[in-house]
Design a protein around this ligand. Structure first.
Ligand SMILES: Cc1cc2nc3c(=O)[nH]c(=O)nc-3n(C[C@H](O)[C@H](O)[C@H](O)COP(=O)(O)OP(=O)(O)OC[C@H]3O[C@@H](n4cnc5c(N)ncnc54)[C@H](O)[C@@H]3O)c2cc1C
Ligand code: FES
Length: 247
């Protein structure tokens, strides 16, 4: 049973939703699956990564891109139909050096990931990628949770102009990282896998979800071990197992 407590705009077309539930345990990288209305439009649930989870409060960041997300952004506080936390999350390393690389709304699961890494005495270097300044959300929270934070935007309106892959390539020349965590556009994660090898990389993948519970095979990911379902075998995968060019 989930209750929507509040919705707050945090960037252009991005909203932070705070939910209350009796769920106590979750892992960074897991998602909740929201049914927006009780009717059939939209019919399917929509998945959102957990941005943060503390006690009975669970937060997600929603970027408005279509019908369901537009409706979610204007929901009134009260009961909300959610399933989760679902899926396999990130494996959190202890006492290690971690590099986190997020692109756009893909930064959302990495906040919770960074928080758990710090709790396990790992250091967090964070590359926050965005298209433009107006899509960057909650930067102070990301600064507080990271040992080092680098902002990179496509248009140079905040931080460094460029893309997260090139920044990551420069940083690894002078730092030894034990683990990379990433979530963002597929092309960004594919390039990271090709260009940061052999540093271990855990990548959270986005797919269209039909059922969200492993029944429809609508969310398949081609891997070296055959097709896997993002909703139950992921969404977090070993990036080197993913066959990035195969649909
Ligand atoms: C595991 C997982 C975690 C996610 N976490 C978040 C999150 O934390 N915050 C967030 O804002 N969004 C997240 N998403 C994406 C979110 O689920 C979609 O944006 C949402 O379902 C879109 O619904 P809609 O009806 O508003 O848009 P639609 O009308 O369904 O689509 C609008 C546009 O978005 C594109 N789109 C929609 N869904 C996807 C998708 N899954 N992959 C690629 N393109 C898509 C469509 O091609 C279309 O151009 C996540 C997706 C997955 C699979
Ligand atoms: S969404 Fe149906 S199997 Fe993954």
């Amino acid at each position: 049973m989930f209750t929507l407590l509040s919705t707050k705009p945090v960037a252009n077309e991005h909203y932070l939703l705070t939910l209350q539930s009796d769920v106590r345990a979750s892992k960074p990288g897991q998602f909740i699956n929201i049914k927006v209305t009780s009717n059939t439009d939209p019919l399917l649930r929509r998945p959102f990564s957990i941005f943060d989870h503390s006690g009975t409060n669970l937060q997600i960041v929603v970027r408005v891109v279509g019908k369901a997300t537009r409706q979610i952004a204007v929901l009134h506080p009260g009961a909300i139909d959610c399933i989760g936390p679902s899926g396999k999350g990130f494996a959190i390393v202890t006492g290690k050096k971690a590099l986190l690389i997020g692109g756009g709304v893909g930064n959302a699961p990495l906040f919770y990931c960074a928080k758990k890494l710090r709790e396990r005495n790992s250091t967090v270097t964070y590359i926050y990628g965005a298209t433009s300044q107006n899509t960057i959300y909650m930067l102070d929270d990301y600064k507080n949770i990271s040992n080092e934070l680098i902002v990179v935007t496509d248009d140079g309106s905040a931080g460094v102009e460029g893309n997260p892959v090139d920044i990551a390539k420069a940083i690894i020349k002078t730092n030894n990282f034990d683990m990379i965590y990433t979530c963002g556009p597929q092309i960004m994660m594919q390039r990271l896998t090709q260009e940061l090898s052999p540093i271990p990389i855990q990548a959270s993948l986005e797919r269209y979800f039909g059922c969200g519970i492993g029944l429809c095979s609508g969310c398949t990911v081609a891997t070296k071990n055959g097709y896997r379902r993002a909703c139950i075998d992921g969404p977090v995968f070993d990036a080197y197992d993913v066959l990035w060019d195969k649909p």
